[in-house]
Design a protein around this ligand. Structure first.
Ligand SMILES: [Zn+2]
Length: 410
C-alpha cells in the first residue's frame, strides 16, 4: 500500500506514473512551496482514506434523510464524503443489545443492509458497494466512494453459525463480536456480567467460521480477556474498528491497553482510532459519566422516555450549565502517536464512530468532510506522506487482504 501509486503505474500508465511519482517526491519536500493545508487537501483527495466505523444506517432509522444528497443533519453523507476525500466508508450495521432478549436482531441487520444497498441504488455514479480489497481499489480508481459493511454486535446471527454465511453473502465484511452487553459469543467491556470469562464456546466456532469465510474479526467493545482470546484464536490478524487508547482514560476498558495493543500488533492487526472526545480524553469521559447519571435520574423521576422533548430540553440546559470539554484535533494524533511509539505505524488507522458518538467530536473534526484537517494535524506532527498513506488505508487493507487470502486458501 505504501507504494500503491507505483504499482498502479507499473500495470497501467508507466510513463505517466514515473512523472507522477517524481512529482510526489518533490512535493513531499515542499519544493512547490505548498502549505501544509494545501498538502493535506491534496493528500486527502489522492490517497485512499478508509473509515471503519460510521453509524449512519442506524441513525437513519430514527431520523431519515437521503444521504446521497447534502443532508442537514448527521456527520456522513456522500457530498461530505467527497469533500473530505473519504473513499471507503464502513457502514455500521448496529444491533442494540436489547434485541438479544427481545428478538429481531437478524431482521434489523437485514433492514440496515437494505438501506445501504438503497443508497448505492440511488447514486450509482457516486457510490458502489465495497466487497473486497480489489473492489475498493477499483472503486477508488474510478472515483467512486465505497460503502463497505460491518455488523456491530454478533447477536445478529441469533446463535446460528449459518447466518454468518448469510451476512457474508449480503456483503458484510466484519463482525464486532458483541456490543454493550455480553451475548452468546463474548463478554463485553461495558458489562459487569461476564458469563464466559472471555469468548464463549460458541464464540470460538464463530471465529473459526469467520476465518473460513474471510470476514474480519472486530474486537472493539470486548472485555480484555475476550479481546486477547479473539486475537489468539483467529488464524489471521484482527481489527479493533473503533477503539482508542486506554492510557488517556485510565480504567476505561472500552479503550485498548498496552498489553492488548502488543498482542494485536504481534499478530499483525490494527486499531482504528475512535474520534469521540469521550474516547480521547479523561475530562470528556468524566463529563459523560456525570451527565449520564443526572440524565438517568431525571428520566426516572419524571417517568420520561430518553427521546422525549423534555429529555432533549434537559440535555440542552445541562450542556449550557456544564459546557462539554471537546478534545482538540491534536488529541487524535496523540493516540496515533502512542500506537506508533509502542508497536509501530503499521498497526493504526481511522475508525471515527461518526454518527455514533453524539455531540462529542473534537473541534475541527466534526464530519467526514474534515479528514483534510486530521491529515494536516498529522503533517504538523511530522508524519510523512508514506506514513499517512499507511494510516489512512494501507494498514486496514493489509488486514482485510489477510482475511481474504486465508479464506481463499481453504
Ligand atoms: Zn460501538
Amino acid at each position: 500500500m505504501n507504494n500503491m501509486p507505483l504499482s498502479f503505474c507499473r500495470s497501467v500508465f508507466t510513463r505517466f506514473c514515473a512523472v507522477f511519482s517524481i512529482t510526489l517526491a518533490l512535493v513531499s519536500t515542499n519544493s512547490y512551496g505548498e502549505s501544509q493545508t494545501e498538502q493535506a487537501k491534496r493528500l486527502a483527495s489522492q490517497l485512499m482514506i478508509i473509515d471503519t466505523h460510521i453509524d449512519a444506517p442506524f441513525r437513519l432509522t430514527r431520523d431519515y434523510q437521503d444521504l446521497t444528497h447534502a443532508a442537514p443533519r448527521g456527520e456522513f453523507n456522500l457530498p461530505k464524503a467527497k469533500a473530505g476525500g473519504l473513499d471507503v466508508a464502513f457502514m455500521s450495521i448496529y444491533i442494540p443489545a436489547k434485541h438479544q432478549t427481545e428478538g429481531g436482531a437478524k431482521a434489523l441487520a437485514n433492514q440496515l443492509i437494505d438501506s445501504v444497498e438503497a443508497m448505492v441504488g440511488r447514486a450509482p455514479d457516486t457510490v458502489a458497494l465495497g466487497l473486497s480489497v480489489e473492489q475498493v481499489r477499483d472503486n477508488h480508481k474510478k472515483g467512486l466512494v465505497s460503502l463497505a459493511m460491518g455488523i456491530e454486535n454478533g447477536a445478529a446471527i441469533e446463535g446460528e453459525l449459518s447466518n454468518l454465511k448469510h451476512f457474508y453473502d449480503r456483503g458484510v465484511r466484519y463482525v464486532t463480536l458483541t456490543h454493550g452487553k455480553a451475548n452468546l459469543i463474548s463478554d463485553s467491556s461495558y458489562d459487569k456480567n461476564r458469563p464466559w470469562g472471555g469468548i464463549s464456546p460458541f464464540g470460538k466456532k464463530v471465529i473459526a467460521e469467520m476465518n473460513r469465510l474471510g470476514m474480519m474479526i472486530d474486537i472493539s467493545h470486548l472485555s480484555d480477556p475476550a479481546a486477547l482470546q479473539a486475537v489468539e484464536l483467529s488464524e489471521v490478524p484482527v481489527v479493533a474498528t473503533h477503539s482508542s487508547i486506554r492510557k488517556f482514560i485510565p480504567g476505561f476498558e472500552r479503550n485498548m491497553d498496552d498489553q492488548l495493543l502488543k498482542a494485536l500488533a504481534k499478530k499483525g492487526g490494527v486499531i482504528q482510532i475512535n474520534f469521540g472526545s469521550t474516547f480521547l480524553d479523561h475530562a470528556a469521559r468524566s463529563w459523560q459519566t456525570k451527565y449520564t447519571s443526572h440524565f438517568k435520574a431525571y428520566l426516572a423521576e419524571n417517568q420520561l422516555d430518553r427521546f422525549s422533548a423534555e429529555a432533549k430540553r434537559f440535555t440542552t440546559d445541562y450542556r449550557k450549565q456544564h459546557p462539554f470539554p471537546y478534545s482538540p484535533i491534536e488529541r487524535v494524533v496523540d493516540h496515533i502517536d502512542h500506537v506508533k511509539n509502542l508497536v509501530g505505524i503499521k498497526h493504526v488507522g481511522f475508525g471515527s464512530d461518526f454518527d455514533g458518538v453524539g455531540d462529542t467530536l473534537p473541534k475541527g473534526l466534526k464530519t467526514v468532510a474534515d479528514y483534510p484537517a486530521l491529515i494536516e494535524a498529522l503533517l504538523r506532527r511530522g508524519y510523512s506522506e508514506t506514513d499517512i498513506a499507511q494510516i489512512s488505508s494501507g494498514n486496514l487493507l493489509r488486514v482485510w487482504q489477510a482475511a481474504e487470502d486465508f479464506s481463499n486458501k481453504r
